[in-house]
Design a protein around this ligand. Sequence first.
Ligand code: JFZ
Length: 583
Amino acid sequence: MPRYLISAMLIVLVFSCTPNKETETESTLSAQDQRMEWWREARFGLFIHWGLYAQPAGEWKGEEVPGISEWIMARAKIPLAEYEQLATTFNPVKYDAEAWVTLAKEAGMKYIVITSKHHDGFAMFHSKASGYNIVDATPFDRDPLMELAEACEKNGIRLGFYYSQAQDWHEPGGTYWNIEQGEPHWDPSLVREPLMNYINGKAVPQVKEILENYGGLDILWWDTPRGMTEEAAEALQAVASEYPDMITNNRLYRPWPGDFSTPEQHVPPTGLDYDWEVCMTMNTSWGFKHYDHNWKSSETLIRMLVDIASKGGNLLLNVGPTAEGEIPAPSIERLKAIGTWMDVNGESIYGTEASPFFKLPWGRCTSRATGEGTTLYLHVFNWPDNGLLKLPGISTNVSSVRLLADQAQALSSRFEEGDLLIELPAQAIDPVNTVLVVECTGGLDVKSNMPSLEEGRIVLAADFADIHNPGYGTHAILKGSGEDALITNWVDSRVRLEWMFNTTESGTYSVKAQVKAEDFSKLLVKIGEEELEAEVHATGSEYSEMILGEINISETGDLIMSIRPVQEDWKGIELGTLTLEKQ
Ligand code: JFZ
């Protein structure tokens, strides 16, 4: 029988079987669902920002240049000819692809995304399209991305390349940050040319090279569509679409869906209805910056990974290797700590789905559908003093509760007033995060524990706040839980807090807060479109309950209340509970 007939018959067969949910097979998944399958399972990847900027490492001519180090060329307005000189001494002889890949693997990561070309325009791979690349322009004379691709292949790690398709500070047609404001490039020697000259002359050919020469990329990670045009996006997309199994992100153009969205340097307060990946630095810079010691703790990073998984997203955690080719020691230390936790608890992360609960004051939850029902993984960050863990508003049939790290021991549990109460051992196994496995059989029904404003009143505890910390700044920290919870270290004026709650009762409300403030300051309180500018008076070293003012609630349903400082030079406050009371 001719081939085409067999194919035609297969196609008819596939389309004539109306699938029902239980017997859904590969062939009925959409093309996007199919290519996203491994990525959704993976949950955790390594981002690598590596380029010529690792050499100045945040310092130019003896001056520290503020901001992320891979932007040094733009921030310090370095002329092209001078920046190019970095290539002549870039020689990362300590680079060991196998060591990097093994480290990622040991951390429990399933994929790596590395900068193949950042905004500075320098290709970290061997390119025929531009001589400004690591093989042709440096003494190193090796293609580190080829070595990385081989090590990934060998170790079963998926590989993606970051490619800055719009910004290219090295090319007359490339874009730069303020091009959309009509401002000139800082180096006047670069005589401007149309964007498409650069797109057709460098970006398209280089994207073809990376897609063809590195054994097939799993991810192409676009970035900052500054000054992009539809024509440019189409030219690049035409190349990418030749690789239907490859995953791409949403940063090719604006707006552009890609396969996933990319919240940067923050974790969204709730899950998103589209695949998403948080990219995050371990200190404050993506590229190596020798004096950036603002490291997030391993505890913060482990909990962040769990937080993201509990909302259904992925974490792409960044390292910035040095100009010698080494991943900085503090990064290695953190990756190893995460790996130790993942060794024991990886099951509660890989291939899991989002939490069915609104918020759990003591930690997070991830879940997995099983043949018999649902497995809930309870991630306990704050071990309860009374030894009882409350899973609120759940009705199901619990067949067992165990510690993931010690499955021999079954824990007792009971339902009380619609909540599941679990009896815990006196001590947490892991003070950072001890995981419990709750096997539920049959149906699972969860009543949302989103706080409700009822009968004219609501108390919003600090541990129900979503803290929006700026990626590049000082982070506010939550201490304690329940009505004793406090927001501390709120000194960066860009930090904002948000609470979700619901209500059916519109009206005018007074806002009361437990505050500790060294100085007078002003806060902007918002509920929907309604605003209140509140004055906070100094309280000294004690907490005091103060009335911030009155605010209207003009809408009903699920609402967000947000609070942020008004002045930039604010001294910071500490915050306990907030109460809204109908007037
Ligand atoms: C971009 C790059 O400029 C940066 O150097 C780094 O590579 C990072 C991963 O991506 O920076 C961004 C991109 C998007 C936003 C902010 C910075 N954003 O959406 O706010």
